[in-house]
Design a protein around this ligand. Structure first.
Ligand SMILES: NC(=O)c1ccc[n+]([C@@H]2O[C@H](COP(=O)([O-])OP(=O)(O)OC[C@H]3O[C@@H](n4cnc5c(N)ncnc54)[C@H](OP(=O)(O)O)[C@@H]3O)[C@@H](O)[C@H]2O)c1
Length: 312
């Protein structure tokens, strides 16, 4: 089934790879960037996939620009006027920061682009996102009030209790993991021994998967992973984005919309540099596998592009 996808920062790097792969598989892509007139590689994709790519201007950090996009979106959405997937990809990394010379402007810019912009864009786009149908298919449970949620799948006898997120084996060889928490704060990660699935995909929407908001995060935003002083504006803004994703997951749980925080690895882009080990095409293919298979039980989770659950 053809999906309608909105991608930010789609003129280069990982965003461009998302646009290319989504178009190649037949999806309808609304690709945004700050300067559409200069987005040669992105605009070229439009010629290869006639009628399925719309390029619209968006500076994610600008309230005015976000409002203009929301006004334009209904004009380019498909017949049902709905989006299936929002990929908050646009991001910035200010390099060369040193302790003793941190600047308010750099910190604020990073927060605006990496955390505040994606959250407010998701809020503005939410009314246009398709609802997931969580009640169908023999599932019950799925909360979303305060705790992360609960899903009980009778067919597979998988039970993920309140205050936990069950993450099952994902496509691409990822392992199964169970993130548990106490007192509402997420904590230890432990592997599960098998690959039982939490079947929360609704029968009606199974062909197209759950509606998803995918926020491109970074391992550098993991507070648990801090071992040195480095790229503080970026790390702080991605940590803030992670909290925004967890909050969004709660806000949208009742509608069956899944929110994922995704670390794409260290990727060969302008941001990642030439020495990065991962190619944009590979990590984007991996993230699309995760997004396609995403379930409400995973909403609010933090994963790398292979599906490994990451510590906060
Ligand atoms: N590459 C990595 O190793 C890596 C690792 C972890 C996470 N990530 C995350 O993955 C995402 C994509 O990274 P990338 O490697 O593709 O980076 P990139 O090559 O530097 O591209 C960044 C993209 O974000 C856009 N952007 C920046 N500020 C924007 C704004 N205010 N409004 C709209 N668009 C804006 C850029 O547009 P312009 O061309 O107009 O500047 C560009 O399209 C980012 O969120 C990044 O933090 C990347």
């Amino acid at each position: 089934m053809r999906r309608t996808v909105l991608v930010t920062g789609a003129n280069r790097g990982i965003g461009l790879a998302f646009a290319g792969q989504l178009l190649a598989r037949g999806d309808h892509v609304i690709a945004t960037c700050r300067h559409p007139g200069k987005a040669a590689a992105l605009n070229a994709l439009g010629g290869e996939h006639p009628g399925r790519l719309h390029v619209l201007p968006l500076d994610v950090a600008s309230e005015k620009s976000r409002a203009e996009l929301i006004r334009e979106l209904p004009l380019v959405l498909g017949e049902d006027g709905r989006l299936d997937l929002l990929i908050n990809n646009a991001g910035v990394l200010h390099s060369g920061e040193r302790f003793g010379q941190l600047r308010q402007e750099t910190l604020e810019d990073s927060l605006r682009i990496n955390a505040i912009g994606p959250l407010l864009l998701a809020q503005a786009v939410a009314p246009l996102l398709r609802d997931g149908n969580r009640a169908a298919g023999g599932n019950e449970g799925v909360a979303g009030t305060g705790a992360t949620g609960a899903v009980i799948n009778q067919a597979n006898h998988v039970e993920c209790k309140r205050d936990s997120v069950c993450v099952d084996r994902l496509p691409g060889g990822a392992r199964a993991a169970d993130i548990t928490s106490s007192g509402g704060a997420r904590g230890a990660i432990k592997s599960l021994p098998d690959t039982r699935l939490v079947d929360c995909a609704p029968s009606a929407a199974a062909a197209s998967g759950c509606p998803v908001i995918a926020n491109l995060s970074s391992q550098l935003g993991s507070i648990a992973g801090v071992t040195r002083f480095g790229a503080p504006s970026y790390a702080i803004s991605k940590a803030a984005q992670n909290m925004a994703s967890a909050q969004l997951a709660q806000a949208l749980a009742a509608r069956g919309i899944v929110v994922l925080s995704l670390h794409p690895g260290w990727v060969q882009t302008d941001m990642g540099g030439e020495k990065a080990p991962d190619a944009p095409a590979d990590v984007v293919a991996g993230m699309l596998r995760l997004i396609d298979a995403a379930t409400p039980a995973q909403s609010g989770g933090f994963f790398d592009w292979r599906g490994e659950a990451l510590p906060w």
